[in-house]
Write a protein that binds this ligand. Structure first.
Ligand code: XUL
Ligand code: CO
Length: 436
């Protein structure tokens, strides 16, 4: 039984190909800076968007055509989706996928029944992984859709909800472990507030930290060695998320002693909603040894919400790959397409076009970034720009030997500071254009 009978296994055909069902740049075995594209890029499909998303928006229900899905929350339907997912991923040639517990298995009326059906689907996921070699990049728990999480999960004012969320995450970690997941993600769906009049911010943050400590301790106790990841997002659905951006997340992790156990899963559309470029967020995490994984997408800058579009902007992917190559890759993380086809792109084939385009955009970005790095043009410019710190007074500042007294003495003797050099922004932007 095939769910995509008209789609062949997607092959690399090179930049000249006009075949919409072929890669123009993603060539899995091509080597970039000592790693194959497959090892470097670690592409992943997001189960929620690709196998559960139907294109609903606040103005209308989903209208995607998914002939295999009967729309019910039966176990049978959930199991069939596993077949659909693995056929899709195998034909696409991705090595990883990600899910929330509720993407793969439905909620039942008690926690016990919910866990049982989750186990049944997990057994089938494991079989499918073994049969295809496709692996789990990360698992997570959906702590935001069910009505019980209206006030948040770990930051809920209701202690029973905190307990329910803890039980759900315990189970999601167990399943992630059983499936050999490389990472486990925390995205604080409703961990934030709508209004400070009704909110004890200090208590909520303390609770969130307690929750993450418990998760990490439990994972250790069952032998799960995957990387924990925290995913920043400034708003939506709440007015203010506590995991606002990388800086806020890092501050939280350090304040509560979690910085050695949790890295960042950075999403482009979340970065731009926070008023940052993706490159900023990646670089800020990288310099603190906290760049763990990427949710690859992008947002429409004219819209003020999380549009989760497939990344097709070569400037964006080049900038991402400049940072990722600088840290030698992203493993055990990956590039997870937390992205959805537009509501108007309602046919199954659109899912292939979207993923092929995203993979090609990143492959192309990787090749361009590698060439820029090989020629050393940016590195050399930046190195020269700071060269006044390589000797003399600058070196004494960096070594911690200078003080306000010695610096005043230096400047009194010198009279005035050395002239500045141009930042050459336009020159550098033109240079990058030559590579693109
Ligand atoms: C929501 C979002 C989530 C996380 C996982 O904006 O990005 O799908 O990636 O919970
Ligand atoms: Co995401």
């Amino acid at each position: 039984m095939s769910y995509f009978p008209e789609v062949p296994t997607i092959q690399y055909e090179g930049p000249e190909s006009r075949n919409p069902l072929a890669f123009k740049h993603y060539n899995p075995n091509e080597v970039i800076e000592g790693q194959t594209m497959r090892e470097l890029l670690r592409f992943s499909v997001a189960y929620w968007h690709t196998f559960r998303g139907l294109g609903a928006d606040p103005f209308g229900p989903g209208c995607a055509v998914r002939p295999w899905d009967d729309g019910s929350d039966s176990l049978e339907n959930a199991l069939k989706r596993v077949d659909v997912a693995f056929e899709f991923m195998q034909k696409l040639g991705v090595d990883f996928y990600c899910f929330h517990d509720r993407d793969v298995a439905p909620e039942r009326s008690t926690l016990k029944e919910t866990n049982e059906v989750f186990d049944q689907v997990a057994d089938k996921l494991l079989e499918a992984q073994q049969a295809t070699g496709i692996k789990l990049l990360w698992g997570t728990a959906n702590l935001f859709s069910h009505a019980r999480y209206m006030h948040g999960a770990a930051t809920s004012c209701n202690a029973d909800v905190f307990a329910h969320a803890a039980a759900a995450v315990k189970k999601a970690i167990e399943v992630t472990h059983k499936l050999g997941g490389a990472n486990y993600v925390f995205w604080g769906g409703r961990e934030g507030y709508q209004n400070l009049y009704n909110t004890d911010m200090k208590r909520e943050l303390d609770h969130l930290a307690k929750f993450m400590h418990m998760a990490k301790d439990y994972a250790k106790s069952i032998g799960f060695e995957g990387q924990f990841l925290f995913e920043p997002k400034p708003k939506e659905p709440t007015k203010h998320h506590y995991d606002f951006d990388v800086a806020a997340c890092m501050n939280f992790l350090r304040q509560y002693g979690l910085e050695n156990d949790v890295k960042m899963n950075i999403e482009t559309n979340h970065a731009t909603l926070a008023g940052h470029t993706m490159m900023h967020e990646l670089e800020y995490a990288r310099i603190q040894n906290s760049l763990g994984s990427v949710d690859a997408n992008y947002g429409d800058l004219l819209l003020g919400w999380d549009t989760d579009q497939f990344p097709t902007d070569i400037y964006l992917t080049t900038q991402c790959m400049l940072v990722i190559l600088k840290q030698g890759g992203i493993s055990p993380g990956g590039l997870n397409f937390d992205a959805k086809v537009r509501r108007e792109s309602f046919e199954p084939i659109d899912l292939f076009h979207a993923h092929i385009g995203g993979m090609d955009a990143f492959a192309r970005g990787a090749k361009i970034a590698a060439k820029i790095r090989q020629d050393g043009v940016l590195d050399e410019f930046v190195k020269n720009r700071y060269s006044s710190y390589d000797e003399g007074i600058g070196q004494s500042i960096e070594k911690g030997e200078a003080s306000f007294v010695s610096l005043e003495q230096y400047m009194l003797e010198k009279g005035d500071s050395a002239p500045n050099a141009s930042g050459r922004q336009e020159y550098l932007e033109n240079l990058i254009n030559q590579y693109i």
